[in-house]
Design a protein around this ligand. Structure first.
Ligand SMILES: Cc1ncc(COP(=O)(O)O)c(C=O)c1O
Length: 396
């Protein structure tokens, strides 16, 4: 999966171009930068690859989510519906703007269940935030209908899904805004980085200002620029953007390698009785970073995970036991102060995740995911897939 597995001269050259000028800042320094605008270049590439009208590159995916919510005017008293299976950053971003995360269940897609979203809506719901986990989409048609009917914003957390699509449209571009991560472990990496995409000029402008201390970017003299509202510093550096510029040019090749390598696993796992693959609402749009399947029971999922690891499969996840990706282990949300000083009143409004049992438990406790890597040759993928399938069969 991670793009760094296939780093080559392109990344070095692109970073070298920034080092030559010494200009690390994405704005200003027109004279010194010799026409090199890496962040801008990557934003143009994100628009070209996704079809979005506007893209803003930021320091990371968590920043992208936080800034998106702020740009949409989400704050204290507002509720954002999100799934219990995600990375903790989805929830951090909601709390960072002072809003309250409200859980809805996932279904066999490993993403938000539209039925459960309907039940979670209250008069305070402002945003539904599906998370396209492990590189493939949620049930977006149904979620879009709900958001339209109820006049709720749809913000896609596509941090794990840059390069994936839903019926021909890039994930991240189907709602009011979408967010990507280009962190050290993503298929397209900047080392650390993220992006917001939106077709709304207004949302883009607000995000652009908020992510840079409120600068309205109206002047070549930063000191003379206006600040319509306060913001933070969530900017990306030119060095990080330089890595991303080289990586994003390889997107199609990377996705095609991922798909081939995933097929090697899928072919072998298809013959294992008693396992079920995760449901993909659009199998053709999967960017194939993981193979995920359900074992018949929680106990067998743990045994399969252990057997896979013991027999040499790397990057195996039983998410139910993971402290970062499933809500049952997030009791720390109750006791922590977050940026923007989330008030204790807001935290009081949150359910006690450590005590409540979600029906998503039933699915996630049986789910195992195997990371598919970019760096494998086809022979290596075949060999590893053979070994992994044998490991799972051995415990059934
Ligand atoms: C679903 C999801 N949301 C948000 C993020 C945050 O992205 P970043 O690590 O770039 O801050 C991640 C990172 O893995 C993620 O998986």
């Amino acid at each position: 999966m991670p793009g760094w597995e296939l780093f080559d001269e392109d990344e070095k050259r692109s970073v070298g171009e920034v080092m030559e000028t010494g200009v690390m800042m994405r704005y200003g320094f027109e004279g010194a930068r010799k026409g090199r605008w890496k962040a801008r270049e990557m934003e143009e590439a994100v628009c070209a690859k996704t079809g979005a009208k506007h893209a803003l590159l930021l320091a990371d995916g968590t920043a992208a989510l936080t800034v998106t919510l702020a740009a949409l005017g989400i704050g204290a008293g507002d509720e954002v519906i999100a799934p219990p299976f995600t990375f903790v950053a989805t929830f951090e971003s909601i709390m960072a703007v002072g809003a309250t995360p409200i859980l809805a269940e996932i279904d066999d897609t490993l993403c938000l269940s539209p039925e459960s979203v309907r039940e979670a809506i209250t008069p305070r719901t402002k945003v539904v935030m599906p998370v396209h986990m492990c590189g493939a989409s949620a049930r977006l048609d149904e979620l879009k209908v709900i958001c339209k009917e109820r006049n709720i914003l749809l913000v896609e957390d596509a941090c794990q899904a840059f390069g994936a699509s839903y019926h021909g449209r890039a994930l991240g571009t189907l709602g009011d805004a979408g967010c990507y991560s280009f962190d050290f472990n993503k298929m397209i990496t900047c080392g650390e980085g993220g992006a917001i995409v939106t077709d709304s000029r207004e949302v883009y402008k607000r995000a652009e200002m908020f992510h840079d201390h409120g600068h309205d970017h109206s002047n070549s003299d930063r000191g003379a620029e206006g600040h319509p509202f306060p913001g933070y510093n969530y900017r990306i550096s030119e060095l990080h953007a330089a890595v991303g510029v080289a990586q994003i040019a390889k997107l199609e090749r990377f996705v095609s390698i991922q798909r081939e390598n995933k097929n090697a696993f899928k072919d072998r796992f298809a013959s294992i009785p008693d396992i079920q693959f995760r449901v993909l609402p659009d199998p053709d749009g999967d960017c194939a970073t993981f193979l995920s399947f359900f074992m018949p029971s929680e106990d067998l999922a743990r045994k399969a995970t252990r057997a896979l690891k013991e027999r040499g499969t790397e990057g195996v996840f039983h998410w139910y036991d993971n402290n970062w990706h499933y809500v049952r282990n997030w009791a720390h949300f109750k006791d922590r102060a977050f940026i923007n000083s989330v008030s204790s009143d807001i935290l009081k409004g949150m359910p006690d995740y450590s005590k409540r049992k979600f029906t998503s438990d039933e699915l996630i406790s049986r789910c195992v995911s195997i990371t598919i890597k970019l760096g494998w040759s086809r022979n290596k993928a075949d060999e590893l897939a053979e070994r992994a399938a044998a490991a799972v069969k051995s415990i059934l």
